[in-house]
Design a protein around this ligand. Sequence first.
Ligand SMILES: C[S@@+](CC[C@H](N)C(=O)[O-])C[C@H]1O[C@@H](n2cnc3c(N)ncnc32)[C@H](O)[C@@H]1O
Length: 300
Amino acid sequence: MTEAFDLDWLDLREPFDALARDEALAARLLARLPARPRLLDLGSGTGALFRWLAPRIGRAQAWTLVDADREMAEAAFDTIADRAEDVGLRVTFPSRRTLLVHAPGGAWRVEALVADLAEAPDNLPLREADAVVNSALCDLVSRPWIERMAAALRVPFYAALCVDGRDRFSPPHPGDASVAQGFRRDQRRNKGFRGLALGAAAPAAVAEAFAAQGFAVETAASDWIVRGRGAPPGLPSDAAAPFLARLVSGRAAAALAAGPGRDAPRVSAWSGARQAQIAQGGLRARIGHRDVLAVPAAEG
Ligand SMILES: C[S@@+](CC[C@H](N)C(=O)[O-])C[C@H]1O[C@@H](n2cnc3c(N)ncnc32)[C@H](O)[C@@H]1O
């Protein structure tokens, strides 16, 4: 049973993800890629990582986007095509499963593979990949899953935006601890990868699994930093409020689902107070993530 993600949430978070990603770590991945790199993007959603990384690669490249959700894969093609055309790039569809973005440095080829990653790595075309990448996926997977992946790979593995539990909402609220506790419990629930999800243990677990296979591992902070008033450079001034509202409602729902019933009034009070602060532009949040890059020893 795979975890369902909604398109609106992925859309809301994309600009905040883009600001949070660590540029230097991504540059170290890019330095490892061959002339026309082939990337396998696991749990690709609507293709946000492709949209961020492909222009940085900046030359001919081929991506396979892997997701269990067919609707997500279709939305990825539509979103990639729309955003490319918005910036004046021509898009063609040589087949139903293939999209080409005609960029000045060479074509970006995108294919979709609808597959359940619980079966990975056995059901993945690893031999056709120069790097395996993912974003906001590794906190969903289990420890045995990441260990199997590390044992199977001979190419770089780049796991962006793994939550690490360093979450802070300001100003403080008396319900913060209850909500955080319930939310953390929900994050460890089995998310369809045959074992408890890594949750906030993801960055360390990914690093350990790949280091044990002789990979050189580097990590970098990639926190979301969101202020209710104003907006980070490059974002519309009204981007923060809907993002924070979904962050708060998602967190409260997870805490309610995972926490004991006696916590419910405290979680509801927290949620109501936080939504009121968002409406007044008074809530700030810092949500801890790390990007992890593992490079095979022979290349290190
Ligand atoms: C948090 S979203 C991240 C999406 C995208 N990488 C991004 O950064 O916007 C996680 C994605 O993993 C996919 N996913 C979750 N479990 C999966 C599984 N067992 N097999 C394949 N995809 C899965 C979901 O459908 C969703 O698109």
